[in-house]
Design a protein around this ligand. Structure first.
Ligand SMILES: *Cc1c(COP(=O)(O)O)cnc(C)c1O
Length: 390
């Protein structure tokens, strides 16, 4: 059991030094590895040796990245992917059989939702959804063929908080594999395995990278499940590139200090918006007004970088607000050093009907903000002048 603190592991857990005694871990941009002799080659392919064979299977840089995330999430093992969606898809595809059933929160990342509705049915995999306010009733939705229970918390873009401990117990009772997409919290704010998750998924593209440079994903958790995911993925090829793994592993060294500042900026901005006359409501897990404030306090260290609010005046006021933004970026990303504002109703969730949007907590005038690392005074000043123009 490693007893060092989160920040120390994030920095000090790195690859062994090469003969050049470098201080910072180097990049291993190699697709394959060499063998000593015929016996070494045979034994390596027979998996009698724990060593690198081919970078679709493993690479020193991806191994370092995986090890860091495993320490952060208290996970036994992991596999790293070329994007968050590669992690999501490969996790499902490795564990599910035709005829299996998924029980999932309705408020999940848009592309994950599309997997459920547009692709899994053709492999005879059905999904049942539950709302953020229906968590207590989830047990009634379990079927004999239910295999995976899937949730995100906080949710996107509604910033609702789901009771992970409750869902973890339920999964144990019904023998389900509990999978949590922990991207919005990052491993620094929340470790779902402590609440009973068997697997934790991250899009490394967001807070882990933190500067909007690379796409990446990772699944960590119970070793026997990760082995299945590894065996599927080393054949199908969604592996993370060593370059991106190197970037991410460096980024994790600063995850704690960055996320602390993201959270402080987001909370200050949320408090400012709550007192603004042009704002109907603000939602942020660590605002006392958040419906699941106590739960958020229990399972998270701080509220995260994302908050949502509604401008008075609906769609038209929203358009004026976005057209008046000067400093912040209009973009769909989040968890970036640059603060970002998004309009879910006209962008990420535009394909849903207004009723469907309502069911996942999105109103027409709703704005999602990812608070970045600029000075909070400048973030607030830009949002304030845009609100005054709206
Ligand atoms: C972005 C995101 C994903 C997908 O990650 P990509 O790296 O863009 O493929 C999955 N889940 C959540 C919650 C996300 O925010």
């Amino acid at each position: 059991m490693d007893t060092k603190k989160f920040e120390t592991n994030a920095i000090r857990n790195q690859l062994g030094r090469t003969q050049y005694l470098e201080h910072s871990a180097p990049m291993f941009l190699t697709s394959s590895y060499v063998f000593e002799d015929a016996e070494d080659m045979r034994a390596s392919f027979a998996e009698e040796k724990d060593r690198n064979v081919y970078s679709r299977y493993s690479n020193p840089n991806t191994s370092e990245f995986i090890e860091k995330v495993c320490l952060m999430e208290a996970a036994e093992a992991g596999f790293a992917f070329s994007s968050g969606m590669a992690a999501v898809f490969s996790t499902f595809a490795a564990l599910l059989e035709s005829g299996d059933h998924i029980l999932s929160a309705r408020s999940v990342f848009g592309s994950t939702h599309s997997l459920y509705t547009n692709f899994f049915p053709k492999w005879n995999i059905e999904t049942t959804f539950f709302g953020v306010d229906e968590v207590e009733k989830v047990a009634q939705l379990v079927r004999p063929n239910t295999k995976i229970l899937y949730a995100e918390s906080p949710t996107n873009p509604g910033v609702d908080v789901l009771d992970l401990e409750f869902l973890g117990k339920l999964a144990k009772e019904h023998n389900l594999i509990f999978v949590v997409d922990n991207c919005f919290a990052s491993p620094y704010l929340q470790q779902p395995i402590k609440f009973g998750a068997h697997l934790v998924i991250h899009s490394g593209t967001k807070l882990m990278d933190g500067q909007g440079r690379v796409l990446a994903g990772i699944t960590v958790g119970q070793a026997d499940l990760i082995d299945k995911i590894y065996r599927f993925s080393r054949i199908t090829g969604p592996s993370l590139s060593p370059f991106n793994a190197w970037v991410l592993s460096k980024s994790l060294e600063t995850l704690a200090v960055r996320v602390d500042r993201h959270c402080a900026n987001a909370l200050t901005l949320a408090e400012f918006l709550e007192s603004h006359e042009k704002v109907n409501w603000v939602k942020y897990p660590f605002l006392k007004s958040h419906p699941q404030y106590e739960l958020a306090k229990k399972q998270m260290k701080a509220g995260g970088c994302v908050l949502a609010f509604e401008i008075k005046g609906g769609l038209e006021a929203g358009r004026k607000f976005f057209d008046s933004i000067q400093l912040l970026s209009l973009s769909a990303n989040l968890g970036d050093a640059r603060s970002i504002v998004t309009h879910p109703a006209s962008t990420t969730h535009s394909k849903l009907t207004p009723e469907e949007r309502k069911s996942v907590g999105i109103s027409e005038g709703m704005v999602r903000v990812s608070a970045g690392l600029e000075h909070i005074d400048d973030i607030i000043a830009d949002i304030e002048q845009a609100l005054n123009n709206a």
